[in-house]
Write a protein that binds this ligand. Structure first.
Ligand code: MIG
Length: 728
């Protein structure tokens, strides 16, 4: 990045400092987004490049050298290195994520530009649309176009991307931490129609011996798609079912949509009208859009008292025994609005009996075909922030974010213990309140690798409790694809198999043998890895930084930069999933020697692999990954769900040539004690002495762990097993 020129509109810009690594520049009078939690300290400073602010837009371009790489931008299409594409930050409901798309559900305006020797982080705090042309129009230019004149631009400096990410996380605050059961396996489907069907799903998991921590409930549990209602016909014993399953350690997680059905006598609608909680149209009347329930009003989540009011509605669910929710359609998605529908109907009526030319036909067709989520809808309803009125379009990316703040506050208040909360729309800031799923992907191989590539970018934005619809939401999944997807998703903190209405059933047992056995094995392995995954979640919650990092963030060289189908997890593991059809293995790039871990229920094996490129066989039945040199990986034996976790014996894999240590974090899994640092730590340390002897040290405050069994490999590939008893 080169210094180009001084900013043109000095008068409109105020410089500030936030921490040693973070400085920023305020242009105009930005909307408060509450993304950044630290105070600005205004001072003199100059921007090292020019930002044009004119005609309702802010714009800057930076030169990219051939070597520069661009990382971040959250849940987006494209590679890990974002170069060569355009992106837009504007939360959008788009269920077809093919290569032409530029905008998905999240708006995450943090990216890092790295050249041969310097990396710089950029964060644009602005709630409207931002366009990024990352070396697309001109290969050697990145252009950012902000659709407003009022924004904060942050620059984050540091010695490495990892440091920059940590410094960024310091200013945006700590992330949402799910309860431990949130890291289990979840089954979902749109739609399990009745409580019998849900019961049957549970029974099948049980009889098939497949672990399960919960079942997501889609729209069908509601009456007429009304938020906080229950279908008396399909779910007459909702509370009983919820409680019975919970006794088995299986939670139900219902969906809540952003739109509130317009219906007289419906309590949420009536209260919303009385309390003036709905967003208004230009005439000051509640804006009418149509989503699943038909006509709806949208709660104005940008208003504090509306958030409190809506958040309190979740009590209806917590009173029934619900401990987790998913917030959907909160971009907000709009099927049509009254004006657009009327225009379509009028055009159709006018066309009646006419001989339509091709252009007239297409124009008529478009009135119905492209009626969903039209840009103009978001200019037809308004929010008021600190006395100023904005179109939704101007503050669009705050909507789903604040619906989720509302849910989070309500659930926290009414549960007194941790809950699971995921949202579809997202913006940075929301990471403090919930996790997310990546929206309506498809049962495509390309979306399996997209899932992998999104993980580090989501972590960069502060989101850790994340995952994609395993198996793919839309489209027809093949058994092979589901099993391959599980081989990846067993590592993602949110592990949920979800699929759309009308698609091929995709529960892990919905396939023929041997796939069912393989799927069962994959899910059990997730539970074996759970102590480690949970420990890593507690660590990133506390310290920020990345749980998933591209190889390029850790190793030098072009091979590391280009290995976008491999990923580091924590400081210990390297994943190398198979993301293509008809493969029996794949080539893996090893930046240093590692232990190949073949993870099996009966016997976990370690094999030494030298640095370089190697072909690894990887069957559908396997779970394989790599353990880095001088690192330890704790694991345990599988259980039916998190409530049955048994840590009396902890197992540890190690590739130790000189010395390795790991501190396993754990806690009660459900209280907020972790916020005050209440946790159990188990320090594991292995040293290999000159003569090859091993010394092992285990210090633990964990109330359960009694025995630790180490399987340790050295540089020559020899394995030794050691058992350590912890004095009580
Ligand atoms: O218009 O509730 O992303 O997970 O199954 C579709 C039905 C609405 C979109 C969500 C998806 C969910 C579906 N919803």
């Amino acid at each position: 990045m080169q210094a180009v020129a001084q900013v043109k509109m000095e008068a409109k810009m105020k410089a500030f400092k936030m921490t040693d690594a973070v400085r920023g520049f305020t242009f105009g009078d930005p909307v408060p987004t509450e993304t950044v939690i630290l105070e600005k300290q205004y001072r003199e400073d100059t921007l090292p490049f020019s930002v044009e602010v004119a005609e309702g837009k802010g714009r800057f371009s930076l030169p990219l050298t051939k070597e520069d790489r661009v990382y971040g931008l959250g849940p987006n299409l494209g590679g890990i290195n974002k170069r060569g594409r355009c992106y837009e930050s504007y939360c959008t409901d788009d269920p077809l994520h093919h290569e032409d798309k530029t905008t998905l559900y999240g708006a995450h305006n943090f990216f890092v530009l790295e050249d041969a020797d310097v990396a710089t982080g950029f964060f644009i705090d602005f709630p409207g649309r931002i366009r990024y042309d990352v070396g697309f129009t001109a290969m050697e230019t990145i252009t950012v176009e902000i659709s407003g004149e009022d924004f904060d631009l942050y620059l984050i400096e540091g010695g490495s991307i990892k440091e920059i990410v940590r410094s960024f996380h310091e200013i945006i605050g700590k992330s949402y931490m799910p309860p431990k059961w949130g890291l289990g396996y979840f089954q979902s489907r749109w739609g399990y129609k009745t409580e019998e069907e849900v019961q049957e799903v549970y029974e099948t998991f049980k009889s098939q011996d497949i672990p399960l921590d919960g079942i997501y409930l889609d729209l069908d549990y509601m009456e007429d798609f009304k938020d906080f209602s229950l279908s008396k016909e399909r779910f007459p014993n909702f509370k009983k079912l919820t409680q019975e399953l919970k006794e088995e350690g299986v939670r139900l997680i219902p969906i809540i949509d952003a739109g509130v059905k317009v219906e007289e006598g419906y309590n949420i609608y009536e209260e919303g009208i009385q309390g003036d909680h709905f967003v208004k149209d230009a005439e000051g009347k509640p804006y009418v859009a149509a989503v699943w329930p038909g006509k709806v009003h949208f709660p104005d989540f940008l208003k504090k008292d509306t958030r409190t009011w809506f958040g309190d509605q979740y009590k209806m669910l917590t009173d029934l025994g619900i401990d987790g929710v998913w917030n959907d359609m909160n971009e907000p998605a709009i099927f049509y609005d009254e004006t657009a529908l009327q225009e379509g109907v009028d055009a159709a009526m006018a066309a009646k009996g006419e001989n339509l030319g091709v252009n007239a036909f297409f124009s008529l067709r478009d009135k119905f075909m492209n009626i969903g989520n039209k840009e103009e809808y978001y200019r037809r309803f308004f929010h008021t922030i600190e006395g100023k009125t904005y179109t939704n379009e101007a503050v669009h990316n705050l909507y789903g974010y604040n619906m989720t703040v509302s849910a989070s506050e309500g659930l926290k208040k009414h549960l007194q213990k941790r809950h699971v909360l995921i949202s579809r729309a997202s913006a940075i800031g929301m990471h403090r309140y919930s996790g997310l799923w990546t929206g309506d992907n498809s049962s495509w191989w390309s979306h399996l690798s997209l899932n992998l590539r999104m993980m580090p970018a989501l972590n960069m934005s502060g989101f850790y409790y994340v995952g994609a619809d395993t198996g793919g939401f839309g489209g027809q999944v093949s058994g092979e694809l589901l099993t391959r997807w599980l081989q990846l998703s067993v590592f993602t903190p949110l592990l949920r198999n979800h699929s759309a209405l009308g698609t091929r059933v995709q529960e892990p047992y919905a396939f023929h043998e041997p796939l069912v056995s393989y799927n069962r094995a994959q899910i059990k392995r997730r539970y074996m890895l759970l102590p480690y995954l949970y420990s890593e979640m507690l660590k990133v919650h506390e310290k920020g930084g990345l749980m998933f990092s591209p190889l390029a963030f850790e190793f030098f060289g072009q091979e590391a930069q280009e290995a976008e189908d491999q990923m580091l997890l924590g400081e210990e593991l390297m994943m190398a999933p198979v993301v293509e059809a008809n493969k029996k293995g794949r080539y893996v790039y090893l930046p240093e020697s590692m232990a190949l871990v073949d993870f099996d229920m009966e016997e976990v094996t370690l094999t030494k692999e030298s640095a370089g490129v190697t072909y690894m066989t990887y069957d559908l039945k396997d779970l394989k990954f790599f353990l880095r040199r001088n690192r330890l990986l704790p694991f345990t034996l599988p259980v039916g769900n998190v409530s049955k976790e048994d840590l009396t014996t902890l197992r540890v894999l190690g590739y130790v040539d000189t010395e390795a240590s790991y501190t396993l974090y754990d806690d009660d899994g459900e209280s907020y004690g972790y916020e005050e640092g209440k946790r159990f730590e188990t320090h594991l340390q292995v040293r290999r002495l000159e003569d090859g002897e091993l010394t092992i040290d285990v210090q633990s405050t964990h109330p359960k762990i009694q025995t630790v069994i180490f399987t340790l490999m050295d540089d020559s590939g020899d394995i030794r097993i050691k058992e350590v008893q912890i004095g009580l």
